[in-house]
Design a protein around this ligand. Structure first.
Ligand SMILES: [Ca+2]
Ligand SMILES: [Ca+2]
Ligand SMILES: [Ca+2]
Ligand SMILES: [Ca+2]
Length: 391
């Protein structure tokens, strides 16, 4: 009897650890994966903090080599892997966050301090904050400042929204169906803007920046995926009040979208988006929505992935001039690569096994050979895997 009740407590504690207060995805469930594929070399895997939920990259120590930063959902920290420029990451630094149980779930690179060293913005789901982490160029990093956003923030996008010095930040607030905008002033502080509201925001989870109405102007716009109403909402950047945005079109995607990335996949000069539909069951997909250059999308198409696609990035992996797509499939421990043909179609997915519950994927050039490589945060294994381009 006693043994049974102890076991129950243990199981409850374990499930609280995995599915507790923090946002983000669940565990992977194993399953078979097709064999290796020559797009990438064999992965090299690095230890992170607990439940690495999101990954980004930048040159955070200013040595000219790309580094990797990971938001650890459990334990209030960011892991920075310092790159050598030829592929390996020989050392790592753990940067603690000041507030306990903050649950950092999203992360982005930006230039917020005007010192030409990349900085890190990290979104904490449980404290409704964005923290800025700065390096001193000597591999010392600190959480410099925190800024309030809305309730239960989930996704972040960093770009120059207002045309002034210093990168700006947009965050989707999952808990209150709003978007927060912080306009940077290049000294590490921000001017918060009125929260953006829309009746079409329902469980906003991911956000990307891009010029979606390029026919009208060259200002940065935003696009938000909403988990609760399966939509993409476009936010058009104002050309009179720089750094403010007005919700415009809303377009349907698949079931429970978690992530969005932008790129011109059909080479028509108009920006498109790709969306990871996390709960398209039994046939998981990404949706690609084709931009019309006026801030709207049309003729969405779908491509198959593996189970529970949760994160997406884009880049030209084979340098054929057509953007390709990488998708982290959290439900079956794999990455899907969709090679673009440039004509609104993609080759059937090629898949790569990962460790447990890949929650975030980025395509960047880590070894300075001009070819995009891939980093994947494995939230169930407490690791990041780096795949160098093998093409
Ligand atoms: Ca570096
Ligand atoms: Ca296009
Ligand atoms: Ca390509
Ligand atoms: Ca490379």
């Amino acid at each position: 009897m006693k043994i049974n009740s102890l076991k129950k407590i243990y199981l409850l504690a374990l499930s609280a650890f995995f599915f507790g207060a923090c946002g983000g995805g669940g565990n992977g469930d194993g399953g078979g994966n097709p064999g290796p594929n020559p797009i990438f070399q064999a992965a090299v895997t690095y230890v992170t903090g607990a439940k690495p939920e999101a990954v980004t990259s930048g040159d955070f120590d200013g040595d000219g080599n790309q580094d990797i930063a990971v938001a650890n959902d459990v334990g209030d920290s960011v892991t920075i892997l310092l790159g050598d420029g030829d592929g390996p990451f020989s050392s790592s630094v753990t940067v603690p966050l000041a507030i306990a149980n903050s649950c950092p779930v999203a992360i982005a690179r930006g230039n917020f301090l005007g010192d030409n060293i990349d900085d890190i913005a990290v979104v904490s789901f449980s404290t409704d904050k964005v923290s800025i982490i700065n390096g001193d160029g000597n591999r010392n990093f600190i959480e410099n400042n925190t800024f309030s956003v809305g309730s239960a923030p989930q996704g972040i996008s960093v770009a120059d929204f207002d045309g002034k010095l210093g990168d700006d930040i947009a965050v989707v607030n999952f808990g209150e169906d709003t978007v927060s905008v912080l306009l940077g002033n290049d000294i590490g502080t921000f001017a918060p803007q009125p929260k953006i509201q829309s009746e079409n925001f329902k469980g906003p989870f991911g956000i990307t920046a891009g010029d979606f109405n390029s026919i009208s102007n060259t200002l940065v716009d935003l696009a938000v995926v909403n988990q609760a109403n399966n939509s993409v909402v476009n936010l058009i950047g104002s050309d009179t009040v720089r750094g403010s945005f007005t919700p415009s079109s809303s377009d349907p995607v698949g079931n429970s979208p978690s992530a969005i990335a932008s790129g011109d996949f059909d080479n028509d000069g108009k920006l498109d988006v790709v969306v990871a539909n996390t709960q398209d069951i039994p046939d998981p997909t990404v949706s690609i929505l084709w931009g019309d250059g006026n801030g709207s999308f049309s003729s969405p198409t779908k491509e198959f992935t593996m189970g529970k696609p949760f994160s997406v990035d884009t880049g030209d992996l084979d340098q054929d001039g057509n953007l390709d797509i990488a998708v982290a499939n959290q439900g079956d421990n794999s990455i899907s690569i969709l090679m673009g043909r440039g004509d609104r179609t993609f080759e059937p997915q090629k898949t790569f096994p990962t460790e447990t519950a890949p929650s975030s994927v980025i395509l960047r050039d880590f070894n300075k050979d001009g070819k995009l490589d891939m980093a994947v945060a494995n939230s169930g294994s407490d690791t990041v895997s780096v795949f160098l381009n093998g093409l």
